[in-house]
Write a protein that binds this ligand. Structure first.
Ligand code: ADP
Length: 658
């Protein structure tokens, strides 16, 4: 099973402290992301939930400091005294120090009184000069002109000083501390900033509402109400946006602008708030964008944004079931135990986790990489293992309800997670809502279902197999075919909803008619006029929605049986798709389907040969792989009754002759 032999996980080496070494099964993706980030490329990670998208980004975040030099910086916001609604945000290189908190100088444009005084002195000097050198007759005129100049300048000085005073007193209404710049963010090492796509404020920043409002007097000045966005905090680092499905279209446009311009202003986002009138200058935001989501989520992204993403990486959801990968899964178990402080696991417990990884991958040949699910199962198995302890703990209360921990101290037995605990979690399906719903469905309906395995052969009745919903539980479906002579020939489907199922049954109907009319089947021949046959196909008591083509082979057999009136044995269930040439094609959920046949007590289950590689558990039922419909026919039709009938006929003919 594994390359090392061990009794419990305690004997195995400690997991690496570096998160990047803990990522299992996504080596390719990790390599590409590391190189993308090194080269400042944008990336989108797509994949099923719980395959490690966030983990990989977090792991890259741990090592980005190693990717070249980083210039630390800090971001401050200052009031803009010319226009308070347009606060100034600056990104400044270096480390932030207290002295950066200086008050900005009040820069009111008052007329320059020094100049005026100089002009006045000049005017007086000129007057003196005139007094000395001008002839008497001009003197009076000159003195009057000089005193007029002095008067005018004096008036201007008085007026401007009054204006200046009033402006200064206006500024005096502002609390001086409100004029201080504020530190919005300080970044000392290359940042990795995570934000969910739906959280617009977190992503792009906002301006808080000011309850006092109005200007002047001011309440909280706008520069103190700025909320920096994740795009700004990610400057010179990585912005990681998850849940891309939820990203509003206008936010996508903003992110696109930020990527292109490498700067974006912050403005108030709520139109009903006083913040709405405030907008900062464009703030630098030069970041690498990493986004993640499920495969389909990508269709929610606008094409121009998607175009800006250089690497589009799809994470794997399965890996090959090799010794090397089983060892990796073992490493994963050890990591989960360490990271979540769980009890150690026995060797058998680890083998059981591998078996579940096969089940969840749908194949013996593969191991699931939906590791969050597997991690949850391990954690719950730990809880089950601790269950006994919980009972013991509850037993430690005396009659008066006082807790007596004495017995706990005496506890010598160490708790281990065993195969039994792991299996219990898997079988009860407590890790999955869908599985529980499916289990309840089976529990509730099995007793009402008219499924009688190994019954006497019947014409037009066959047992097909299905998987209920997405719960990973299989079920047996009884398929009944009735054929009537009618003036309206055709095929009618009952209880069948999905398009794929409908098409597959049309195919089964066409193929069975062809085979019957060509008389090439290894069955007694019969002349049938197919032009007046009305075929009814019922998926009896099938309460869950059936879609897919895995019942094609079953339906085909039931129609042939009904047309030729040859009974089908009832000791088998069958799953398999068909092509028009009668080849049996692979289906999904083979393990769940075999499990269902086993649960109902069938002796045999017929499956496509191509699915044999997927089969995990072969115990308790005969599994018959088939490649073509021809191979199935001799296995399932009961010719004994026909031979008997023929013999009877022969006998009666002989009797008649005699
Ligand atoms: P996603 O973002 O794809 O939904 P996460 O990265 O949040 O998945 O994975 C959740 C948890 O599952 C991780 O914290 C880790 O415990 C486990 N896990 C998922 N994928 C991996 C992986 N590839 N290698 C190791 N552990 C994993």
């Amino acid at each position: 099973m594994f390359s090392t032999d061990f009794k419990t996980t305690e004997e195995l080496p400690e997991p690496s402290p570096r998160l990047i070494d803990q990522v299992i099964g996504q080596d390719e993706a990790v390599k590409i992301i590391v190189s993308a980030v090194k080269n400042k490329r944008n990336v989108i990670l797509l994949g099923e939930p719980g395959v490690g998208k966030s983990m990989i980004v977090k792991a890259v975040g741990e090592i980005i400091s190693d990717f070249g030099e980083f210039k630390p910086y800090y971001i401050i916001a200052k009031p803009n005294l010319k226009n308070m609604e347009r606060p100034i945000v600056e990104v400044i290189d270096g480390e932030y120090k207290e002295e950066h908190k200086e008050m900005p100088k009040l820069d009111f444009k008052t007329p320059n009184s020094t100049t005026l005084i100089l002009i006045m002195i000049g005017a007086i000097l000129i007057s003196e000069y005139l007094l000395k050198f001008l002839p008497q007759q001009y003197l009076l005129a000159a003195v009057s002109i000089a005193s007029l100049i002095v008067l005018i300048f004096g008036f201007v000085i008085i007026l401007t000083s009054i204006m200046g005073a009033s402006r200064t007193s206006m500024a005096g209404n502002i609390n001086p501390s409100d004029l201080k710049p504020v530190l919005l963010y300080e970044c000392k090492k290359r940042p990795l900033v995570r934000a969910s796509a739906y959280n617009v404020t977190r992503l792009l920043g906002d301006i808080k509402h000011c309850p006092l409002g109005g200007r002047p007097p001011l309440g909280t000045p706008p520069h103190k109400r700025i909320i920096l966005g994740a795009i700004h905090e990610a400057h010179r680092g990585i912005l990681y946006v998850d849940e891309i499905k939820t990203m509003p279209l206008d936010v996508q446009d903003y992110i696109l602008t930020a990527l292109q311009d490498k700067q974006l202003p912050i403005s108030g986002r709520n139109p009903n708030s006083s913040g709405a009138t405030v907008e900062t200058n464009p703030i630098p935001c030069d970041f690498i964008l990493i986004m993640s989501g499920n495969m389909d989520d990508v269709y929610n992204l606008r094409a121009p944004l998607l175009d800006r993403i250089d690497y589009k990486i799809v994470l794997k959801n399965k890996m090959d079931n090799t010794l090397e990968n089983r060892d990796k899964l073992l490493q994963f178990i050890v990591q989960e135990i360490k990271n979540n402080n769980l009890n150690p696991m026995t060797y058998d417990g680890c083998c059981e986790v591998v078996r579940i990884a096969e089940y969840l991958a749908g194949s013996k040949d593969k191991l699931t990489l939906r590791l969050r699910l597997l991690a949850n199962i391990i954690k719950m198995a730990n809880d089950v293992a601790m269950g006994k302890e919980v009972e013991e703990l509850l037993g430690n209360f005396d009659e008066k309800g006082n807790y007596n921990p004495e017995t706990q101290k005496d506890k010598k037995n160490k708790v281990y997670i065993t195969a039994e605990h792991v299996r219990k979690v898997f079988d009860t399906g407590i890790y999955s809502m869908e599985k529980q719903v499916a289990l309840n469905y089976i529990k509730n309906f099995k007793r009402y279902k008219h499924i009688v395995p190994n019954d006497t052969p019947k014409v037009g009745v066959v047992y097909g197999l299905a998987v209920i919903g997405s719960g990973g539980i299989g079920d047996v479906t009884k398929i009944i075919v009735q054929i009537l002579d009618s003036k309206n020939p055709g095929t009618h489907l009952l209880n069948i909803s999905g398009d794929i199922a409908k098409h597959s049954i049309t195919l089964a109907s066409a193929l069975s008619k062809k085979l019957v009319s060509e008389k090439k089947l290894p069955l007694p021949e019969k002349d049938i006029d197919l032009t007046n046959k009305e075929i009814y196909i019922q998926f009896s008591q099938s309460y869950s929605k059936i879609d897919g083509d895995s019942a094609t082979a079953a339906v085909c057999l039931a129609i042939i049986s009904a047309l030729l009136e040859i009974p089908l044995k009832q000791d088998f269930a069958i799953t398999g798709s068909l092509d028009l040439s009668g080849n049996v094609l692979a289906i999904g959920g083979v393990n769940e389907k075999i499990e269902a046949a086993r649960r109902y007590g069938f002796k045999r289950v017929i499956i496509p040969e191509a699915n044999m590689i997927d089969v995990i558990e072969t115990e308790g039922i005969e599994i018959i792989p088939v490649k073509t419909l021809d191979e199935i026919v001799p296995l399932v039709f009961d010719l004994s009754s026909i031979k008997k009938d023929n013999k009877k006929e022969e006998k009666s003919e002989e009797v008649a002759k005699a």
